[in-house]
Design a protein around this ligand. Structure first.
Ligand SMILES: *Cc1c(COP(=O)(O)O)cnc(C)c1O
Length: 220
């Protein structure tokens, strides 16, 4: 079995230079995450505030750039902005406003991505594609968050090819928002693709992929 370090080096060797790797760390131990960081992972994604808190307690705040990739509840925002370096899952003006207010108190600017529910799945987080541009315009007026791009999860499928059209539509949307030249935003990050689907996502324009299983092995 290849080690975590072997896997990270292998993945990084095959990624195009414009694609950033996020290690999705849910359920992993600090030792496992440390191994990934030592092998070259710079961004570590967490789904829960408590998880990143524990991880930072073990590894230190400066060990990596900590990214929120799970759904963020508004009552956790105050803690989240003290722990995370970026938040990939902003899908409403209310949530963005709550992040903005806490960041303003701290005198910092939070880089955020807008989470798109590209397949319009009911009961899933993320904003529907047709609502993205107007949401971006509203959030762009807040002074203590900065939109850096879009993120999408995509539905659970058996064959990653089934996600190709979803990724393609998200890239079209990304380019459209970028072409609007909205002040105070920087459309540089398109976060899409996980272990099963990252190859397809990169072909369709991802600049950031989020890998758990491929780096750490199957979750138990
Ligand atoms: C778990 C997770 C991933 C990675 O999943 P794998 O299939 O293990 O690569 C990526 N993004 C998010 C938001 C996740 O929760």
């Amino acid at each position: 079995m290849p080690s975590i370090a072997d896997r990270v080096r292998q993945i990084k060797a095959t990624l195009p230079p414009h694609v950033e790797l996020v290690a999705a760390a849910k359920t992993r131990s600090p030792e496992e995450v440390r191994a990934a960081i030592d092998a070259g992972v710079r961004i570590v994604g967490h789904n829960y505030v408590q998880e990143v808190q524990a991880m930072i307690g073990q590894l230190g705040a400066n060990a990596a750039s900590w990214a929120m990739i799970g759904h963020l509840q508004r009552n956790k925002v105050k803690t989240a902005v003290r722990l995370f370096d970026s938040i990939q899952t902003v899908d409403s003006l209310r949530l963005a406003g709550a992040i903005d207010r806490e960041c303003e108190k701290m005198g910092r600017i939070m880089p955020i991505l807008i989470e798109v529910n590209a397949a319009r799945e009911p009961q899933k987080s993320g904003v529907f594609p047709e609502a993205v541009t107007s949401l971006v315009r509203e959030i762009a007026q807040l002074g203590s968050v900065q939109i850096r791009g879009l993120m999408t999860m995509g539905p659970l499928v058996n064959d990653p090819e089934e996600l190709r059209s979803i990724f393609r539509e998200t890239k079209v949307l990304f380019d459209r928002v970028a072409s609007e030249e909205i002040p105070n935003i920087s459309m540089t990050v398109l976060s899409m693709g996980m272990s099963d689907s990252y190859a397809v996502a990169i072909e369709e324009g991802a600049t950031m992929i989020r890998l758990g299983t491929t780096i750490f092995g199957p979750r138990t």
